[in-house]
Design a protein around this ligand. Structure first.
Ligand SMILES: Nc1ncnc2c1ncn2[C@@H]1O[C@H](COP(=O)(O)OP(=O)(O)OP(=O)(O)O)[C@@H](O)[C@H]1O
Length: 204
């Protein structure tokens, strides 16, 4: 899989969030999109997931041949603070719902995913009664344990405590091999495994 950006820029009204960004993202690598609050990390991630069109420049998705932007969602898993879980579902129901649209990563099924989460006792609890950390773990596990070749994680450790951060790092170790992984972050423990860094400030 490859995502190629060619002189990409995005603006909202008259404000350019980033400009002249040319970069290639390929399978087997992990990339960190870095910058302070409000710098444009989520905006760039939205462009990279195909959900936001660039204001200028070109984005090309390919896997041997070009993939139209309207099809790219099939190749992507995403966990982000602005993506909400369905609150009235139980954990079991949300896992079953999610995997009606995606396939499980190799070696994972609904039962083992709940065990990876460490939430066996909450399997029949509605998401609305989950703590913010439990919700965040659930979002990360759903994204990481899907078999999609591209994985986007925006602010992956928000709401996680030290134990949760260690759990996240183990998840990354087990589920990012051979994938194209892109992390939006400003916290080193979220992205220190990434082999390439993109500083939004370099494209202002
Ligand atoms: N739909 C929108 N319309 C207008 N401005 C927007 C829109 N979305 C984002 N922005 C602006 O773009 C800039 C970058 O926002 P973005 O959410 O990408 O930053 P971020 O680096 O992800 O921030 P944070 O670390 O706080 O999540 C901000 O100034 C924000 O107000």
């Amino acid at each position: 899989m490859k995502i190629a950006l060619n002189n990409v820029g995005r603006r909202f009204n008259k404000e350019w969030i980033f400009r002249n960004l040319s970069a290639g993202f390929t399978s087997g690598n992990s990339y960190a999109v870095l910058g302070p609050n409000g710098s444009g990390k989520s905006t760039l991630l939205s462009v990279l997931t195909g959900s936001l069109a660039p204001s200028e420049g070109q984005i090309i998705f390919s896997d041997e041949k070009e993939i139209p932007v309207e099809d790219i969602y099939q190749y992507i898993s995403l966990a982000a603070p602005y993506l909400e879980l369905v609150e009235t579902f139980t954990l079991k129901e949300i896992v079953n719902f999610h995997f009606k649209f995606k396939n499980f990563a190799v070696g994972v099924d609904a039962k083992s995913l709940i065990s990876i989460l460490g939430l066996e006792k909450s399997a029949n609890k509605e998401i609305k009664y989950f703590s913010s950390g439990m919700k965040q773990r659930t979002k990360l596990a759903l994204a990481c344990c899907s078999d999609s070749p591209i994985l986007f994680l925006d602010e992956p450790t928000s709401n996680l405590d030290v134990q949760g951060i260690n759990w996240y790092r183990e998840l990354i170790e087990n589920f990012t091999k051979d994938r194209l992984t892109i992390i939006g972050s400003n916290q080193i423990q979220e992205y220190d495994f990434c082999n390439e860094h993109i500083q939004i400030a370099d494209y202002k």
